[in-house]
Ligand binder design. Sequence first.
Ligand code: ATP
Ligand code: MG
Length: 348
Amino acid sequence: MPQLIAILPGDGIGPEVTAEARRVLETLGLDLRFEEAPVGGAAYDATGHPLPPATLDLARRADAVLFGAVGDSRYDGLARALRPEQAILGLRKELGLFANLRPAKLFAGLEDASALRPEIAARIDLVIVRELTGDVYFGLKSRGTTAEGLREGRDLMRYDEAEVARIARVGFETARTRGGRLCSVDKANVLETSQLWRDVVIEVSVEYPDVALTHMYVDNAAMQMVRDPGQFDVIVTGNLFGDILSDQASMCAGSIGMLPSAALDGSGKGLYEPIHGSAPDIAGQGLANPAAAILSAAMLLRHSLGMAEPADRIEAAVAAAIVGGARTRDLGGTLSTRAMADAILTQL
Ligand code: ATP
Ligand code: MG
């Protein structure tokens, strides 16, 4: 029985880059089948809802989901529940995708694309493991008025020990597959949630004596990532800190068009997407860099389908195409989306 991959192209450049990622997967001759469904603004236009039941059902049935991007300012006037972004939040929640893996690595040849000095940028090769379904994003939220009559807003930061332990394990497991170093990032000098976080990470570390564990406050981590990103192997952190640090890491590593991500449920199921958004400014013009989507497909093979060898081949082909000079506009070149994918396919 071939494994089922759900393709959810979405909006803007999402369809352009997922089409190329699918082409790469098809070229490898693996035992896979594909089903596509609309999501985001495209789904709203077609059905009146950004995450229609049929799309959610496909995502549930599939062995893995390849996601493009959602969002377009055309939908800004809609009620919050109908906006395209709700589709990805809904998928994460419904599929229980609590672990976000974001590798940030500079491809040889792209040293000048980084926000860091080339010799510092060359050293960046890390993975951020971000908790994705807790923290201030999902804690109690409210608006009110203070005793003095001032408007007030509240977002509750909360974690329980089970939530911390399961993301910590993903961090340790990820470190095991790499350099064996895990840095847990928190704000334990100020926050109760962070003290719990640190206690639980230390407890879980007993199961991983082979992994070298360190702790860092998030403010220091932000500074260290710019000063010397080469010191990090795997970072595990909460939802809010991970959101900020992973965007910072991506700029250190160069173009937003090069970086993939995975959102995992802990049992093998996962949703894979480029870290970039729908890029309405370049949509429909064949200018988007498909590498992030293609590298997301490689992560899909590795993490959800147990196909590490073809995943390695895809990553090597992207690296070789870059070394060979293949560049879309975001990388300072002139190749179209299709031509960039062709350059990668040639290497495959
Ligand atoms: P979102 O809120 O969905 O994350 P965003 O506002 O962060 O979206 P993006 O859609 O990621 O924005 O686009 C940010 C900038 O990066 C835009 O100028 C866009 O054209 C560019 N960009 C994004 N993805 C790519 C890509 N694959 N190739 C080339 N340029 C890209
Ligand atoms: Mg963004």
